[in-house]
Design a protein around this ligand. Sequence first.
Ligand code: C2E
Ligand code: MG
Ligand code: MG
Ligand code: MG
Length: 282
Amino acid sequence: RAARRDPINNIMFYDEQKEAEQREDILLTELRLAILRGEIDIFYQPKVSFETLEVHKVEALARWNSAKLGFVSPGEFIPLAERHGLIMQLTEYVVQQSCEQLVLWKEEKHSVNQIAINLSPTHFQIPDSNKRLIEIIRAHSINPSQIEFEITETSMMQSIERAEKSLDELRSIGFSIALDDFGTGLSSLTYLQRLPINTLKIDKSFIDSLLDCEKDAAIVKLIIDFAKTINMETVCEGVETLEQAILLQKMGCQYAQGYYYQKPVPANDITSSFECSNDMTS
Ligand code: C2E
Ligand code: MG
Ligand code: MG
Ligand code: MG
């Protein structure tokens, strides 16, 4: 059926809205079941060290390939889980899976020893949310420094007081904290210094325009230099070409994450070190 939309007021007509609601209902029912049955897969993506081209850190990314609905992107099911009170269950699931994976990698003497886990923007509003994660991690024999929590700048700024308290707690136990999609939000430099953050992840949008836009290149350089002065590490998100990697390495960025090196993959497919391209050292 053709979607009909009022061209002037851009409102959905009844039919279309009803269809959207029906899809949301079905998605929600399936998502609940998928979490319960452990049908969400966790893929991992390397954060490649520019110094050694080795991989000691990865990011965990949830993947849902539903038997009924096919592949549903995290961009759709994560906000859905947030809207319907399922996000904490999902976060706990990702933490659980990541802990088990770290134990396996340790047994295999694999190079990866840290997994970054995304926290939802609503994490800070959920009572006892830290406590529940800490309990799962304590049940495994891993060090808290082996887990990094990624939070977006925007979510942190929404409730800065609560976020600060919550992050202080996580940091004091020894977890690492990264600020995700950095540069897109509105955090002030004052807060950055005040909050217990270890890593800045420079948003993909800056990397995309790095080679064509001098202004964006200048911003990236500024973020990298600034991070250094306050003892934070930098990761560049969405590195897709060798040219970007070369420039970022020259600028002093520590880690690259992106399709140029590897897309998110199942744990067993993680590449633990990359070849140095000749161009990289020249
Ligand atoms: P994010 O945390 O910023 O994750 C990075 C996203 O960029 C991932 O998309 C990754 O696949 C993609 N990416 C990495 N390198 C490249 C590249 O070179 N090119 C392009 N085009 N994309 C690249 P993904 O997996 O679709 O996840 C999207 C967002 O969904 C994540 O953004 C994160 O905010 C959220 N998300 C994913 N898994 C989880 C989860 O387990 N929990 C929570 N709360 N959020 C999650
Ligand atoms: Mg992330
Ligand atoms: Mg990100
Ligand atoms: Mg992003």
